[in-house]
Design a protein. Structure first.
Lengths: 276, 306
């Protein structure tokens, strides 16, 4: 376990040096703050629950941005170190390959978690400035949003590692990751929507729709945040779906955790079989 | 004497390429062994197999009693490795890099940092690695390989990019380790500098071991001529000196030096004749075949169809 922590600490140190931490934090904080200030405009002062609006807009932001940042950090983790030659030396030390992978994962996750907490926390801290209050339920929803955002980040770090462990060179890894991001973040939902429209509810049952939603981690994240809390779902326009959705919060979280574990295990397997 | 590295009938195929074709040798504690051969002769592949980074297609490897490819890596704590073209994470400083590797080996960080001074990196240790020259990266590579007084040192082209002064320091350090019982295996192209230092030489060619032994043993096996240089007073401008047998091949250098190629069994006889009365020999120099010549000889020998 010591080796895992040593490697994680080095990854964090590198991310600070390379200004990854700074860039990610500033990007998230900047966008979150502008959403907070701009997003409160339509509700005006009448909307007492500005926090709920912020949660809705921030979780939509997360779906685009967090996977992108996670893949940017992760796609290079294995194949990049192999190309640069640093992996050769590292693996000659008394560490197992799974320890290297886990150490990198924890390090990268810590960077993402730090950026998310600080960036989104800034948005929450700014709310009293614009004169809106929030209750404990709103705070719980906000905390859940931050937690699940980190979880979503972990999913895409794991996916990035899987790509990085399988492909031969960095260019391929980058291309594949951009493709995956487009597919999971944009195309999947559009295709699903198109499918539902075409199908007119004839063949696709509710159970099947649920399964299709769980097959994409970004949808699991969206459902978790937009339907999980009554007030939020009211604002997100997904109250109807929340009522009819048979997916429990537990099921959504389980799906997200599986989306972390399965790619990570795949990455560990592919990495352990690679020859340098 | 127990072997620290045991390699038996090891074969390694990369798809269709046979990188190593049935190599066996044992290395003992305290041995300093030079592994020489062309690029692609299988030297790096052998080292990577000893580290467990790649698995042999067939054959057995044991390093400090463990099979390196079986996922056992406790023996790697006692092993130092310097890869060819060593690379480090550019964002970290030399000190941070060295401390990181010391922690991975669970060795005291302070002792590891002291190694940076030994390799002459003390002043630059706080700078980031991406500002380092090739020679400085090589020094850092050596420093990390020496962490924790390893019992086995695998050095792949260790002295490329090092200035002559540092080469001397480098050989001093590893010779001291070898004297304390470390097995040192180093591959190099710089044959002349290995000649005086390596107790044993293993020559590889196209994945095969073509020679293995001390320099004296290899000289005996190769039966290469020793060059005898004789300085003769009043050497006639042309023609063979009278004392030289008709069969001996020779060259004239600078007008007053004769260089004779003497086969091992003719050597003494030739010396007697040259130093006999009335030959006007003023000075004499014996040059045994050097490692370059031995290497070339064994390669020619290996290339010849049998």
């Amino acid at each position: 376990m010591n080796s895992v922590i040593t490697i994680a600490a080095k990854e964090i140190q590198q991310a600070i040096r390379n200004r990854w931490v700074l860039a990610a934090t500033l990007l998230l904080a900047g966008l979150a703050l502008s959403l907070t200030f701009l997003g409160s405009a339509p509700t005006g002062t009448v909307g007492a629950r500005a926090l709920d609006v912020v949660i809705v807009s921030l979780s939509s932001l997360t779906i685009f941005l967090i996977p992108l940042i996670a893949l940017l950090i992760a796609h290079d983790a294995i194949v990049g170190d192999m190309e640069r030659g640093t992996m050769l030396l590292l693996l000659s030390y008394p560490v197992a390959r799974w320890q290297v992978l886990l150490g990198k994962f924890l390090g990268h996750l810590a960077v993402l978690a730090f950026a998310t907490c600080l960036g989104y926390g800034a948005a929450a801290a700014a709310l009293p400035i614009i004169g809106s209050s929030f209750d404990s339920e709103g705070l719980a929803a906000f905390a859940a949003m931050i937690g699940s955002s980190i979880l979503l980040g972990a999913v895409f770090v794991a996916i990035g590692y899987l790509v990085s462990a399988v492909v031969r060179d960095r260019g391929t890894a980058a291309g594949l990751c951009i493709g995956l991001w487009l597919a999971l973040v944009l195309i999947y939902d559009m295709a699903l929507l198109g499918l539902l429209v075409l199908d007119q509810g004839r063949n696709i049952s509710g159970g099947m729709l649920n399964a299709l939603l769980l097959l994409n981690p970004t949808d699991a994240y969206r459902l978790f945040n937009l339907t999980g809390f009554a007030n939020v779902s009211l604002f997100s326009g997904m109250a109807g779906l929340a009522g009819s959705s048979t997916l429990s919060v537990q099921a959504l979280l389980t799906a997200l955790v599986l989306w972390i574990l399965v790619p990570l295990a795949g990455a560990a397997l592919a990495f352990s079989r690679r020859e340098l | 004497m127990t072997a620290t590295i045991h390699i038996a009938d090891v074969i390694k195929h990369y798809n269709k390429v046979e990188a190593v074709r049935g190599v066996s040798f044992d290395l003992a504690a305290g041995e300093m062994v030079a592994l020489i051969g062309h690029n692609g002769a299988g030297k790096t592949t052998l080292m990577k197999m000893m580290l467990g980074l790649i698995r042999p297609t067939r054959g057995t490897i044991a390093v400090l009693g463990e099979n390196p490819a079986a996922g056992e890596f406790s023996s790697r704590r006692q092993l130092g490795y310097l890869p060819e073209n060593v690379a480090f994470d550019a964002a970290l400083s030399g000190r941070e890099t060295q401390a990181f590797y010391a922690r991975l080996k669970r060795e005291p960080v302070q002792e590891a940092l002291a190694l940076l001074d030994i390799v002459g990196l003390g002043d630059a240790a706080k700078r980031r690695v991406n500002t380092y020259s090739k020679g400085m990266r090589q020094r850092l590579g050596l420093a990390q390989a020496l962490i924790g007084r390893p019992r086995v040192l695998l050095l792949d082209e260790p002295t490329t990019g090092l200035d002559p002064e540092l080469r001397q320091t480098f050989y001093d350090v590893i010779q001291k380790l070898a004297a304390e019982g470390t097995t040192v295996l180093l591959s190099s192209h710089a044959l002349t500098e290995l000649e005086e230092r390596a107790g044993r030489v293993i020559i590889m060619n196209r994945g095969l071991k073509v020679a293995d032994g001390t320099l004296e043993e290899l000289r005996r096996l190769a039966r290469l001529p020793t060059r005898i240089r004789v300085k003769v007073a009043n050497l006639p401008p042309a023609g063979r000196p009278a004392w030289l047998p008709a069969t001996a091949s020779y060259r004239r250098i600078n007008g007053h030096i004769v260089e004779i190629d003497a086969a091992p069994n003719e050597k003494i006889e030739l010396l007697r004749r040259a130093t006999a009365d009335g030959t006007a020999v003023q000075d004499l120099e014996l040059i045994p075949p050097n490692l370059d010549e031995l290497y070339a000889h064994f390669l020619r020998h290996a290339e010849r169809p049998q």
